[in-house]
Write a protein that binds this ligand. Sequence first.
Ligand code: NAD
Length: 366
Amino acid sequence: MATHRVTLIPGDGTGPELSEATRRVLEAAVRATSGSTFEWDVQEAGLDVMESAGTPLPPGVIDSIRSTGVAIKGPITTPIGTGFRSVNVALRVALDLYACLRPCKLYPGMRSFFPDVDVVVVRENTEDLYVGIEYEHDSPAAEEVIELLNVLQDKKIRRHSGISIKPISRFGSERIVRFAFDYARANGRRRVHCVTKSNIMKYTDGLFLATFREVARDYPDIEPRENLVDATCMGLVQRPTEWDVLVLPNLYGDILSDLTAGMVGGLGVAPGANIGTEAAVFEATHGSAPKYKGQNKVNPTAMILSGALMLKHLGEDAAATHLEEAVAAVLGAGKSVTYDMKPDRNDPTAVGTSQYADAIIEKMEA
Ligand code: NAD
């Protein structure tokens, strides 16, 4: 029995209603198992505080997460044309949340073309083409870079090209690969697949793979597999049950985690976490779906399952399993589910966000 201090960021758009449903379900999960409780430090971020605070990410939010070490977050709209960057990206950078964890599991009752999927995507979050070092075509800087590179090697880059830089370091590769192996070991997984295009990008993806091979020696109980990203896409849809934990550089991780989310029923049910050494932030894959704001309509499954990941992270394994089983049972029954989980989206028997949470709580308390 413990009291867990957790930062709760309701977010904006549909975020607050999703967060409220998730908070209630998480409290019920620990109540029904360990008897632990939560001490929520509620922190506002996003569009709703932008006017009063002058920023969508008030400094108190990061201070709170640094102090609690754990946050659960509703989605936050990226303000357009205001000069503010995405709060989601800002949090990842400020807290160095280098690992993006996306488990994709098919529960009964989900709409999918696949009979069985249970894969975990571990995406590197800080390097690769996402560092944002780019040179616009025809800019003086781009022409300078092209000139320099054309001197350094035989292959010539065409003039008037745009350039994006893809840095991958040994440090960044090692910590994400270790994260994937540690996750596999802690969660009873048997294989870790390193997914790259190392046959083409020898010094970036090649370094990632070479690091994977070295790190794998420290985990003799986990089978290391090496896969090319194109073949992985085909393999995932042709033989979904052959895959286990996938570790990937940033870009491939971004793309493949959407592919695997689609295989298990889409954004409404895809949980996630961004994890670093000093903090972990748990959040759904989807955005703030602002057109449904305040309608008690959208599906909180992705955020609730993100909450189940958080329970595991907090050492509340029994509560996490209990919650996941209750979610699976309610989805499987197909009765008290939100509109997007019904075969027909206009089905009048669909329930609201809050009533779906009630059904999960009822199942846990039965
Ligand atoms: P979105 O995920 O918010 O919505 C796209 C569509 O998916 C919605 O219109 C809705 O039909 C459906 N959908 C999404 N979540 C759902 C749910 N829980 N239940 C039922 N249906 C759901 O994507 P978007 O419209 O591209 O983004 C809206 C805003 O959210 C943007 O500002 C974007 O930057 C931001 N965003 C935030 C996060 C985050 O907070 N981590 C992630 C992605 C996007």
